[in-house]
Design a protein around this ligand. Structure first.
Ligand code: NI
Length: 169
């Protein structure tokens, strides 16, 4: 297994739209194992393939306290969303140190395939529902800061660019 580098906002590669996965092979198993290792190492609750510069429809999630319930969602699609939404504070491994409110559906039903290609529907609410919506946005090339006002977004963009410049020193 290997840790994968995580793309940082405003890297334009984060805006790539992911393609469906068609081969449920060893390459995919290794990618999933590496993404889980990368997510746990970064102390994240979710990671989309887009964030590790692989533009395929795959996300990994673990919202458990014990960090022992990994979920693998391949080719996820929302088949139902609740009428109610709420504002939820979100962060992202690609925008380290930034947290802000995003409006999300309270609950979603998400159809996704597992590593063997088997499809099932996940009924999610609370943190899991928010996490699924956040990670699925990544697959469409959307980072959560794009929901914020242009003023806030530009401020975050400058902050990220400055932080990277300081890192490079
Ligand atoms: Ni994210």
């Amino acid at each position: 297994m290997a840790l994968l580098p995580i793309l940082c906002y405003p890297d334009p590669k984060l805006h790539t739209v992911a393609k469906p996965i068609t081969a449920f092979d060893d390459r995919l198993k290794i990618l999933v194992a590496d993404m889980l290792e990368t997510m746990y190492d970064a102390k994240g609750i979710g990671l989309a393939a887009t964030q590790v510069d692989v533009h395929e429809r795959l996300i990994v999630i673990d919202v458990s306290e014990e960090r022992d319930q990994p979920m693998v969602l391949i080719n996820p699609e929302l088949v139902w969303t609740s009428p109610a939404t709420h504002l939820n504070e979100e962060g992202c491994l690609s925008v380290p140190g930034i947290y802000d409110g995003v409006e999300r559906f309270d609950a979603v039903h998400c159809k996704a395939q597992d590593l063997s290609g088997q499809a099932r529907v996940i009924e999610a609410d609370a943190l899991l529902a928010v996490c699924i919506q956040h990670e699925m946005d990544h697959l469409l090339g959307k980072v959560f800061v794009e929901y914020l006002s242009p003023l806030k977004r530009n401020r975050i963009k400058s902050k990220m660019i400055k932080a990277r410049r300081e890192d490079a020193r």
